[in-house]
Structure formats: C-alpha cells, structure tokens
Design a protein around this ligand. Structure first.
Ligand SMILES: Cc1ncc(COP(=O)(O)O)c(C=O)c1O
Length: 390
C-alpha cells in the first residue's frame, strides 16, 4: 500500500496466507471454522460477577503503572504455589495481554539490528513484533520427525554476535508440542554459553496433557536471563479481557513500565479485577475446561489419523491445536486448505502462516465441541483426497 502519508516501513504487502483463506471462507454460509485460536467456552461466571462487583465498588480509575497491586501479589502467590518459584513484586508488570507484553519485551531488549531466534513454527505475529522494535527475526525450524523439539545444534548454528534472545513457546501454538525438560536444559546451556536472553511465551501452561508444565525460568541459573510472558487469555478462557503480565528481573520491568506508559499507560482497571478473581478461583473452573479441550484434541487427532493422506502426532501433548501433516497429498498447505474449504466447507489454516517450516501442514484449533469436530471430519473424510475407502 503506497500512500505518501503512511510510513514507508508499512508499505510492503502485509497479506498473509491466513488472511487469504479467511477471506475466501466468506463465500460459504455453512463453514465450520477450525481456524480460530479463540476458545468458544465463556469466561467463568464467578469471575465476571466479581469483576462487576469490584467495578461498582470503585475500580474504574487508572491503576498503578505496573498494574493493580493485589493482582501482582496474587501472581507472586501463583508462582509460589504452582512452581515453588519466588517472584518478587518488582519483577512483575501487568500488561494489556500477551501480544502487548511481547511488544514491550522487544522494545526493552533490542538495539537496532539485534537478532531474535524464534522457535518455529511460531505464533504469527512474532516476526513483525521483532521487526517493529528494529530487530531481525531468525527462524529456528523444528520438525515433526523430531517431535517438534528444539534441536540445539541447529539452534547453535544460528547464533551470531548479534543474537540477543531466543523466543520459546511451550506448549506450542501451532504445533501443540511441549518441550521436554531435557530439551530445555540443553537450551539453557546454550543460553549460558552465548549469554542470551530467553523469552518464554507461557500462554498455554494449563494445557499440558502428558507432563506438568515446567517453567524454563525455574531451571538452575535461568531466572536472571529469562523473561516470562503470561496471559489470562487461554489458561482462564479470557481472551476478550486483555490482561497479561511479564515476569523478569527488576531492571527490565523498570524499562517496560516506562515504555508502557507511552503505549497503553495502564491496563483497564475492571479487567485487572477480573484477572485477579480468576487467579483466586481458577482451581474451581480450570480443570473442567482443560478436560474439555483435551477430549477434543484427542478426538480430532483420532479422526485425522483414520483418514488418508493426513496424519498428526499421537497422542497430542498440549494446547488445543493440531498440526496436521498433509505432505502425502503432494499439494502445498495453501492448496490443501483451499481444497478443504471449497469441497468440505471447513476452514483450516495453512501451516506456512506459522513460518517456512510449517509448509506441508495445516493447523486446526479445537475451539468447537466434538460434535462440530465430528461433522468437520465427516465432510473432510468424504473428499476424494482423504477418503480412506478410496
Ligand atoms: C503463542 C501465543 N502467544 C501470544 C498470544 C496472544 O495472547 P493474548 O490474547 O494474551 O494477546 C497467543 C494467542 O493466540 C498465542 O497463541
């Protein structure tokens, strides 16, 4: 888009494979949408009611710059209770969810031309978030044959004198994989050896189906070089409330607070109260929610593996996404996503939307119930390309 009034750095075409299939889906009125990472379940009623009460009681103003102090205290308590980690108050800032948190992190750590290694396939905004802070994103591919684990030799081969940080996301969007503690320990050794920061986008921690989630920051020596991003979006089914937080050594938090004052100033007070209520009561509502998503991903994975020309790693490990290998079709991710949309009216996302190494895959999000998922795979299974009886 060339418009002399718009900054030139935004002139380049920003259309994505994701945008293209989404636009095409509008042609059909019976589309089953498996593209959305937004949970269909609603926020717990008790959380909403408590936020309403607190708002009526006066939580309608700016909060402290680092966020509501009661919420910060509750997050410290959460880290102690869940992971036996000591987080002090000056190591936390409340942010307008995970997306803005990543922006604050990049603004805080990057000098012009610094490189950030991204565990790929990655959450689509990462490269742009690095570039907006004048950094250079570097894709670190992970592969299905390696269980989507980070291969540390590959990681090491990408490190240059400009490498500042590595971004990790486990459980992962889009692959649903979880880094093993062994992999994390190897990454920790590399971080130490090359004096790197590690940014952990810890968004799906509750959705870890095989082993309990272990924060990278809890590994020996990693606290001082790890920046943790959290959000209530997925773990507490609160995407629309826009509350997250960053945990990092106090020096980083000071700068992030300063940057945030020029970006968002503070997070909305009522939604911070909702987040507080969620941290206080999650044990009452989270287990049932996680159980439901687990049921869905296992069900969808079984349906996928019963079809021709597509398969997915089994059993699913985490998050509520499945990264489906469609290489046997001989077609590109985009071609398969379009074909499934046109013939089965099911919207999936082409894997290359998540980095080059996502080519040959489709991502689905199990953000609809088993009945709807069942309908989607009945339709896909009826396509010549995937029908197991053909
Ligand atoms: C890996 C990852 N990071 C960050 C986010 C952003 O979450 P938030 O809603 O907190 O901005 C998402 C949302 O889908 C995600 O999948």
């Amino acid at each position: 888009m060339k418009n002399k009034y718009i900054a030139k750095r935004y002139w380049k075409d920003s259309s994505s494979p994701m945008g293209a299939v989404n636009a095409k889906a509008k042609q059909y009125d019976d589309v089953i949408n498996l593209s959305l990472g937004d949970p269909d379940l609603l926020t717990d009623k008790g959380v909403i009611e408590q936020a309403y009460k607190d708002t009526l009681a006066g939580h309608t103003k700016y909060t402290e710059f680092r966020g509501d102090p009661e919420l910060r205290a509750e997050i410290c308590k959460f880290y102690k209770d869940e992971y036996d980690m000591d987080v002090t108050d000056d190591e936390i800032i409340i942010t307008a969810a995970g997306t803005l948190a990543m922006h604050l992190v990049m603004e805080t750590i990057l000098d012009d031309g610094d490189e950030v290694i991204l565990q790929a396939p990655y959450f689509t905004p990462y490269p742009k978030q690095v570039e907006m802070s004048r950094g250079i994103p570097v894709e670190l591919p992970t592969y299905e044959e390696e269980d989507f684990q980070v291969n540390v030799e590959r990681l090491e081969s990408l490190i240059t004198e400009r490498t500042k940080a590595v971004v990790l996301n486990t459980p992962s969007n889009p692959t649903g994989s979880c880094l093993t503690v062994e992999t994390m320990e190897k990454i920790a050794a590399i971080a130490e050896k090359y004096d790197l920061l590690v940014v952990c986008d810890d968004i799906y921690t509750a959705f870890s189906y095989q082993n309990p989630f272990v924060p990278f920051a809890s590994l020996p020596g990693m606290r001082e070089r790890t920046i943790i991003i959290n959000t209530v979006s997925k773990n507490f089914t609160m995407t629309g409330w826009r509350v997250g937080n960053i945990i990092a050594p106090a020096d980083f938090i000071k700068v992030m607070t300063d940057v945030n004052m020029s970006v968002a100033f503070t997070v909305a007070a009522p939604t911070q109260r909702a987040a507080l209520a969620a941290y206080r009561t999650y044990k009452d509502f989270q287990p049932a929610m996680v159980k439901e998503y687990k049921k869905r991903v296992f069900y969808a994975a079984e349906r996928i593996n019963a079809l021709n020309n597509m398969h997915v790693l089994y059993p699913p490990k985490g998050a509520f996404y499945l990264f489906i290998n469609i290489k046997d079709t001989g077609l590109t991710s985009m071609e398969v996503a379009e074909k499934i949309l046109d013939e089965a009216h099911v919207l999936t996302l082409p894997g290359n939307a998540f980095g080059d190494c996502g080519e040959g895959f489709l991502r689905i999000a199990c953000t609809c119930g088993c009945e709807e998922l069942g309908k989607a795979f009945d339709r896909i299974g009826a396509m010549d390309l995937f029908n197991p009886n053909k």
